[in-house]
Design a protein around this ligand. Structure first.
Ligand code: H79
Length: 436
């Protein structure tokens, strides 16, 4: 039974203000799976034993890792915060953890990658986050379950003597290291709970296993202002989840509502079909899709955490760099439709999304129409309109004048009919800025 935890364990809304303002962050998935280069779940998907996975540890040597370059690229892409996989499901730690040997400092790489990351991104002015996997396919007290690489061999023998309470204590030790060793941390992203996923007699895992409430208490004690995502399998008395809800590779149809309240939410997405570097994967999103995913989030009151999967040498590959450049170029011209902006109460016209910041309304045109854009509900409400990328005036048709006296076409008085150039402007997603 899911007993509610006190409201005091969740962040009050005013402490989320920076997060809601900033809207756009970088997710980074980096670990031993980057060497396999075929999905960060490779150990589970291919049911690889610890012995067979060891080759990636033995060969982990990110000699080209330059956190300052990553940070520069994130900033140039318009990202305002960053979340790095300090430990993913494989259990490998990117920092010099005192409670395990399974860490970057013991590989040929030999560096505390987290320390360099924090220093570099902080120096570029980004807010700092850690992803910490609740799942751990390497820890000696973590039992086999539906996702575990050992699930189909002899899980009962494998689970014998394993004590999940020791694993929960290990997680607290590690989270303490991460939240005390690197200064102020702005986000912690736990991943993930699945109490309702039994498999062949193996139980799922949730708050009882992770000791989620204790873990959250520790996080709050160490970093009172930190934003925690919603994957600890906890609720408060009103049934709301802490602090931000995190749809994964999914664009919601409407603003996600939890118990009648519009939720703080952050979509997370990938450039291609994997979080970890996947050499041969081909489904890289188009520039239009990349920008549209961001606009879709903000138009529904949410954030976007967009993922890069660096290579095992520590570089962003050319496809990732191209995708980041798409954001940088678009946000340089359209940033004021995103930062500090959010959902609008006005209804978006066909093939468009609306964002609003005070009395500025932004019409993001996903499918450029021919010559006219009709916006019901805005007739008589707009003082000035321009294309955002070049500040060129956009005029509209006077609703009181007949458009064509022969056929008697008239514009409804409450509709704003903008006169657009016939050719779509040369930007990924054009935006019209309306001054209300
Ligand atoms: O860290 C990233 C993912 O590895 C992790 N969360 C993001 C942020 C995550 N991936 N999937 N899930 C969480 C939910 C589980 C999905 C599954 Fe599957 C579907 C597990 C087994 C089938 C996807 C496909 C993963 C393996 C095969």
């Amino acid at each position: 039974m899911n007993a509610p935890v006190p409201d005091s364990l969740f962040l009050p809304p005013e402490k989320k203000a920076w997060f809601l303002h900033d809207r756009f962050g970088m997710f980074i998935h980096w670990g031993l799976y980057s060497l396999a280069a075929r999905h960060e779940w490779v150990k589970s998907r291919e049911e690889i034993s610890n012995v067979d996975y060891q080759k990636y540890f033995d060969h982990f040597d990110p000699d080209l890792y330059d956190a300052r370059e990553w940070a520069r690229r994130a900033k140039a892409a318009g990202m305002k915060y960053v979340v790095l996989t300090a430990k993913h499901h494989e259990g490998f730690c990117l920092w010099d953890s005192k409670v395990t040997d399974y860490k970057a400092t013991n590989t040929p790489g030999g560096r505390d990658l987290v320390a360099e990351y924090v220093a570099a991104f902080r120096a570029e002015g980004l807010k700092i986050g850690f992803y910490y996997s609740l799942i751990d396919w390497h820890h000696p007290d973590f039992k086999a379950d539906i996702f575990h690489p050992e699930r189909n061999r002899d899980p009962d023998a494998f689970n014998k003597g394993r004590d999940v309470t020791r694993y929960a204590a290990y997680m607290r030790d590690q989270v303490r290291e991460l939240l005390t060793g690197y200064g102020k941390i702005d986000v912690i992203w736990f991943d993930f709970s699945y109490p309702d996923r039994p498999y062949n007699g193996l139980a799922g895992k949730g708050r009882e296993d992770w000791q989620s409430e204790e873990l959250l208490r520790l996080v709050r004690e160490l970093q009172p202002d930190i934003i925690v995502n919603n994957r600890l399998d906890l609720i408060n008395a009103t049934g709301e989840l802490p602090d931000v809800t995190t749809p994964e590779q999914y664009v919601p149809q409407s603003w996600p509502v939890i118990h009648g309240e519009k939720a703080t939410w952050e979509g997370c997405h990938t450039f291609s079909g994997s979080w970890g570097y996947y050499r041969d994967e081909e489904s890289w999103k188009s520039p239009e899709q990349l920008v549209q995913i961001l606009v879709d989030a903000v138009a529904l009151g949410g954030n976007l955490l967009m993922n890069v999967g660096p290579t095992a040498r520590g570089t962003f590959d050319h496809r990732a760099i191209a995708a980041l450049d798409v954001y940088g170029e678009w946000l340089r011209l359209h940033g004021r439709a995103i930062y500090g902006a959010g959902a609008s109460d006005y209804v978006a016209p066909k093939d468009c999304r609306l964002t609003q910041r005070g009395n500025r309304l932004y019409v993001h045109v996903f499918n450029w129409p021919f010559a006219h854009l009709h916006i019901p509900g805005l007739g008589g409400k707009v003082a000035y309109a321009q294309l955002l990328h070049d500040a060129s005036e956009v005029r509209w048709i006077d609703p009181h004048a007949p458009v064509d006296s022969n056929v008697g076409v008239r514009i409804a008085a409450d509709t704003l009919t903008l006169e657009l150039p016939v050719k779509k402007p040369n930007v990924t997603v054009p935006v019209i800025e309306l001054f209300l």
